[in-house]
Design a protein around this ligand. Structure first.
Ligand code: ADP
Ligand code: MG
Length: 769
């Protein structure tokens, strides 16, 4: 192709040269003769034509050789161009012929010549373009040949690969052939297997027979089962029918039930209404009754007020009578003596007089007993009206320790009109509390004692009394109970009062006063007056069956004067102090008890009384921070907390007349059980600090006070309570000691055992009867 292309190009170049020559000749011919030049021209044109033809042929041949697409297109274009050129050439020929036929005219030829030249130039340009295109084609052809070479290379590679593949395949073929050959050698073995199969097939046939028979049997069974199934289905159908019937019945019953339920509800509603109505009626009736009871109570109160002066005059009368009775024998003797002196022979009327005197005497004694019973009854009534449990509050003064200036402002204020009310300013809020009585800071020890002395003296009459000082450490508990040497507290004043009272009654009564001092620390009871204060004491039930408790080994000192009691206190203090490193701290974490027992004997009647006065300085009620306390301090705090709340619970239960009083929850309440139950009297002195820093503890103490105080009794329970008031019931009868009074002791262990108080009353009455 390349060669032909090159040739074609050469041809073209030559053609162009010839064309140029032609032009030159044409120009020469302008100058030469027309005819000759024309002839020449014609010859040349002829030659050119032949050459062009040749060229066209050559191009056709080349085209067939190449067979390319782009190249072909260009070639076609070139061919068209050639064709055009040929036509132009033909046109030129025509013109030449015309020129030959026509006589030459210079101007016309010249013009034509010019046109021809122009055309020639154009042709030349076109030839140039064709050449450029040819060059482009050359380039393309070059690229194509390059690609062809690449393809050839790749073809070679693939050929090589295929040869390899063939090699591999032939190898495999050989292997397979080998395998086939080896396989061909196996038929021997296969034959053996077939044989064994043939042998086994007999056995298999037998098994098949067996299983066929079995199959038959099973089919029979299945048939039977089907029968049974059919029967059961029938049964099921019948039972379904019954179920449907039963369902219908159930629906019917349910409807009936619903109806009945509706009726019942209606009835219930009616009943409820009736009940409400009845309750309302009963309530209004009860209110009316209550009003009447209240009126009664008011009457009793006024009665009591009038009774008291009467009682006083009666007592006075009785005392003078008693004196008269006592003096009577003397008087009689004197009279007798003087009479004897005057009248030597004793006349018979004297013995008669003596008889009369005796009878008067008996009458007087009877009256005296009646009087005694009346006094007791009045006292009981008074106690009942006041309540057996009283709660007082005492606020200590602001002290140097509380700080000076604005810090020392009291957070506690009082009501000038009501001495039972106290206000506490806590966190900017004022909280008010009502107790039975409140002592302000300026209240003296004497004033405080005046309020409690009635309680103390009732101990002489055989009552058990408890006075507790409650409050946080530093609130004045010890100050109230013990006081200072210059200004003693309740303990000493109570004993002094008892001494003086006893002295006043010495003409008729023999009294013995004894004291014990004990301490409860970490739930262990210790004797502060004993020789071995370390020893832990136990609380035991009296073996005489009276139900009373006692502490074996607790030291009791008989006291007769203030000097005696001072000695006892000192001894107790010394004992307490030697047991601990820091007395102040220790005393704030233990309960200190002073137990005064007053035993009396009425010489004229033989009546015996026993009263106990328990004076308790409780452990500090402050709450110990849980985070700070540990070890022994935490244990102490837990014990204190337990015993104080047990005390609160007991008082609460007693005041609300609960059936069960939890005396056994702490040593303290268990020890004081006799003195807290029955018709014993209790005073809770709640000590508070007025300091602002202590308001939260003060609040706690006052809440405790309110809790033990605030139990109000309804009229019914009060009635019931009145009904079981043993001393009263008993004393109203004229023949004492014949029947045992019902026990009012809340914790009396069994119905057969009497509480301490009622037992002592019984003893008194038996002695008097
Ligand atoms: P507590 O026994 O509750 O820990 P204290 O009785 O030891 O408290 O009292 C703490 C301090 O306050 C003591 O110095 C006591 O003298 C003093 N104090 C308490 N109450 C009064 C009071 N009413 N008048 C004067 N001083 C008091
Ligand atoms: Mg104290």
């Amino acid at each position: 192709v390349m060669a032909s292309m090159a040739r074609l190009q050469e041809e073209k170049v030559r053609l162009q040269e010839e064309l140029l020559g032609l032009q030159e000749k044409l120009a020469a011919r302008e100058n030469d003769e027309h005819s000759r030049s024309l002839q020449l021209q014609g010859q040349q044109v002829e030659a050119l034509k032949a050459k062009l033809l040749e060229q066209a042929q050559e191009i056709g041949r080349l085209r067939s050789e190449l067979g390319g697409t782009d190249v072909e297109k260009h070639r076609d274009l070139l061919a068209a161009e050639n064709e055009r050129l040929r036509q132009e050439m033909k046109a030129c020929e025509g013109e030449l012929r015309e020129l030959r036929s026509r006589p030459c005219q210079d101007c016309a030829h010249l013009q034509e010549n010019a046109e021809l030249q122009e055309r020639l130039a154009q042709l030349q340009r076109e030839a140039e373009e064709a050449r450029a295109k040819l060059a482009e084609l050359d380039l393309e052809v070059q690229q194509k040949t390059n690609r062809l070479a690449e393809v050839e290379l790749r073809l070679k590679d693939s050929l090589a690969e295929r040869a390899e593949e063939e090699e591999r395949l032939s190898r495999r073929l050989r292997d397979s052939q080998e395998t086939i050959a080896s396989l061909k050698s196996q038929p021997q073995q296969i034959k053996y297997i077939i044989k064994t199969v043939e042998v086994e097939s007999a056995k298999t046939k037998q098994a098949l027979c067996e299983s066929q028979s079995r199959n038959q049997y099973l089919q029979e069974q299945v048939g039977m089962q089907r029968q049974v199934l059919k029967e059961m289905e029938q049964q099921l159908q019948s039972s379904q029918k019954t179920v449907a019937q039963l369902r219908a019945q159930i629906v019917m019953y349910e409807a009936e039930l619903e109806r009945a339920h509706g009726q019942m509800l209606e009835e219930m509603q009616a009943m409820e209404e009736e009940k409400n109505h009845a309750i309302e009626e009963a309530f209004s009736r009860a209110q009316v009754e209550m009003k009447a009871v209240h009126e009664n109570l008011a009457g009793v109160r006024t009665n009591l007020l009038t009774l008291q002066p009467a009682l006083r005059t009666l007592t006075h009368d009785y005392n003078s009578l008693k004196r008269q009775v006592r003096d009577f024998p003397l008087l009689l003797q004197e009279t007798l003596r003087s009479a004897r002196a005057e009248l030597p022979p004793p006349p018979p009327p004297i013995s008669q007089a003596i008889e009369e005197v005796h009878s008067t005497n008996r009458e007087l004694l009877r009256k005296y007993r009646r009087e005694l019973q009346l006094r007791k009854k009045c006292h009981n009534e008074l106690v009942r009206l006041k309540g057996n449990i009283r709660v007082f509050g005492r606020v200590r003064p602001i002290m140097k320790e509380d700080g000076e200036g604005p810090e020392a402002v009291s957070a506690v204020t009082f009501d000038s009109d009501d001495d039972a009310v106290l206000h506490l300013l806590h966190k900017g809020k004022q909280v008010s509390f009502e107790l039975d009585k409140v002592f302000p800071p300026q209240a003296s020890q004497e004033e405080v004692f005046q309020e409690v002395q009635a309680l103390v003296t009732s101990c002489i009459d055989g009552y058990n009394v408890c006075i507790f000082a409650y409050g946080q450490t530093g609130a004045g508990k010890t100050y109230t109970m013990e006081g200072t040497a210059a200004n003693p507290g309740i303990n000493q004043r109570a004993l002094q009062l008892l001494f003086s009272e006893v002295r006043g009654k010495a003409a008729d009564w023999d009294y013995a006063i004894s004291v014990s001092a004990a301490e409860i620390y970490n739930e262990a009871l210790r004797d502060l007056l004993g020789k071995e204060p370390q020893e832990k004491l136990e609380i035991k039930l009296c073996p005489d069956g009276s139900g009373q408790l006692y502490v074996p080994g607790l030291t009791e000192f008989r006291v007769q004067s203030v000097e005696d009691i001072n000695k006892v206190f000192e001894f107790g203090h010394v004992n307490r102090a030697t047991e601990c490193t820091n007395l102040n701290e220790h005393s704030s974490r233990s309960h200190a008890l002073l137990i005064v027992t007053v035993r009396g004997l009425d010489r004229s009647t033989g009546l015996r009384t026993t009263g106990k006065l328990n004076l308790v300085d409780l452990a500090g009620s402050e709450r110990v921070g849980r985070s700070g306390a540990e070890g022994s301090r935490l244990r102490e705090a837990q014990h204190i907390n337990k015993s104080l709340s047990a005390l609160g619970d007991v008082i609460y239960a007693l005041r609300s007349r609960q059936g069960h009083v939890p005396f056994r929850n702490s040593k303290l309440t268990y020890l004081l059980q006799d003195s807290l139950s029955g018709d014993s009297k209790t005073l809770m002195m709640v000590q508070v600090s007025p300091d602002e820093k202590n308001t939260s503890e003060t609040l706690c103490s006052l809440k405790f006070a309110e809790r033990v105080r605030s139990v109000e009794l309804g009229p019914v329970s009060r009635k019931a309570e009145l009904a079981s008031w043993p001393s009263q019931e008993h004393l109203e009868g004229d023949s004492p000691g014949t029947t045992a009074p019902p026990s009012r002791g809340h914790a009396s262990p069994s119905p057969g055992q009497l509480s301490g108080r009622s037992a002592s009353i019984r003893r008194k009455l038996q002695a008097s009867g």
